[in-house]
Ligand binder design. Structure first.
Ligand SMILES: Nc1ncnc2c1ncn2[C@@H]1O[C@H](COP(=O)(O)OP(=O)(O)OP(=O)(O)O)[C@@H](O)[C@H]1O
Ligand SMILES: [Mg+2]
Length: 389
């Protein structure tokens, strides 16, 4: 994989023209299908455009697809020029060449992270529907933003994608457009309240589980772009035991299971834990009890659930916190606004802030596997692994 480096030079239009026709440059593609470094020759250069000879290996052309992000390096007067670019056209025939241009600009509201390591990915799920996942995800996202994190909520509820409805956003595109190659991930994102970024999933997330290698590679690259700008991906998975939900949970680094004190919600949460625990044993599971009458009730339910899941399912779950029953939650939803800015002093808002603080304080589980933080696999790569591909 190409190292993620600052693309400051790439945004400097003059840097492109310092690479001169006839000179050799090294091309690396950000694609698992084209892993090598290729020596190419510059045909012509202009501000933010570079035409180079088609890469070859052992006399064979390497067909790097249009859209693939690439890294180009060449020596110029005054030092090495390193450009982050992407293939914008590929010409065949006798004048075969690759035309490179700059990577798509991220929206102005996105701030770059200092590291290219994958984002911490937290899935939020429940056994039973309607327990408050979407409201929790959105408000937890805003609370984490308040604490200085760059957060992207991925609306992964396949049935009723409703993050946009709760926040009064009107996304025109979703992940399915990215998979189809019609849009870049930056063109699909929408800006939410308090610096929150929303990635509308739509049917795209369902398609994730049966993509071909080429499509998957493209999507991975798109997610890598997004993860340069987000510390935390929060995934609203929808509820229940469908295969795609459990795959998402297995691919996320951490899962928050939400339940209410209702007996049905609790038994459905167990059923979900049971299914997930059959596949994986090193998942980090956290419990949130929503809509509780009191702190005591929340802790009582928490204690019982942690005990039973450890004893009968072998699942080590921790208690992350609780949110009281609070009419402000529904009122904010009816106003199509987030709870934290609409009713900042409400009890529910305070609980959600506390949960956000705990999440950051506890930190991510095992953040540095072999290869260090940079070696950690992203959510999309892990989906691939979960699917055994
Ligand atoms: N702490 C709370 N106090 C009062 N009402 C709440 C609370 N949390 C959620 N609700 C209410 O519960 C309803 C369902 O919430 P939400 O849509 O977030 O659930 P969900 O789990 O995402 O549902 P689905 O499974 O359909 O996606 C909303 O009308 C919301 O107002
Ligand atoms: Mg929901």
């Amino acid at each position: 994989m190409v190292q993620q480096r600052d693309d400051g030079q790439s945004r400097d239009a003059a840097a492109w023209t310092r690479l001169k026709p006839g000179q050799t440059v090294t091309l690396r593609a950000e694609s698992p299908l084209h892993k090598g470094a290729y020596e190419c020759s510059v045909i012509e250069s202009s501000p933010e455009r570079l035409r180079i000879t088609m890469p070859m290996v052992d006399g064979r052309l390497v067909l790097v697809p249009v859209g693939t992000p690439v890294h180009v390096e060449g020596e110029a007067e005054g030092g090495t020029i390193a450009l982050q670019a992407r293939v914008i056209d590929r010409q065949g025939g006798s004048s075969r060449s690759l035309l490179l241009g700059p990577l798509p600009e991220p929206p102005a509201y996105l701030a770059r992270r200092p590291t290219g390591a994958p984002s911490r990915t937290i899935a939020v799920t429940s056994g039973k529907g309607g327990v408050g996942k979407t409201a929790f995800v959105v408000n937890l996202g805003v609370a984490l933003c308040e604490l200085g994190k760059r957060v992207c909520v991925v609306d992964g509820d396949l049935g009723t994608a409703n993050v946009d409805v709760i926040l009064n956003l009107t996304p025109r595109f979703n992940l399915a457009h990215v998979i189809a190659g019609e849009k870049t991930i930056f063109e699909v994102l929408v800006e939410g309240p308090g610096g929150l970024v929303v990635l509308p999933g739509g049917s795209g997330l369902q398609e994730l589980t049966d993509l071909g290698d080429r499509q998957f590679a493209k999507l991975r690259t798109q997610f890598q772009q997004l993860e340069r700008y987000t510390d935390i991906l929060l995934l609203d998975t929808g509820s229940g035991l469908s295969r795609s939900v459990t795959n998402f949970l297995r691919a996320a680094h951490e899962t928050i299971v939400i339940t209410t004190p209702e007996p049905h919600a609790i038994t459905d949460a167990y059923a979900l834990l049971k299914v997930i625990s059959r596949h994986e044993d090193d998942l980090t599971m956290r419990l949130v009890v929503n809509r509780t009458a009191s702190r005591e009730e929340a802790h009582d339910i928490g204690q019982k659930m942690l005990f039973a899941s450890q004893r009968f399912l072998g699942v080590d779950m921790t208690f992350l916190g609780y949110i009281p029953e609070d009419p402000a939650v529904g009122q904010a939803i009816r106003r199509q606004a987030d709870l934290l800015s609409t009713y900042p002093k409400s009890r529910a808002a305070e609980s959600i802030r506390r949960i956000a603080g705990t999440l950051l304080q506890e930190g991510e589980p095992n953040p540095e596997p072999a290869g260090g933080r940079e070696g950690r696999r992203s959510f999309v790569q892990r989906i691939r692994a979960v699917l055994g591909r």
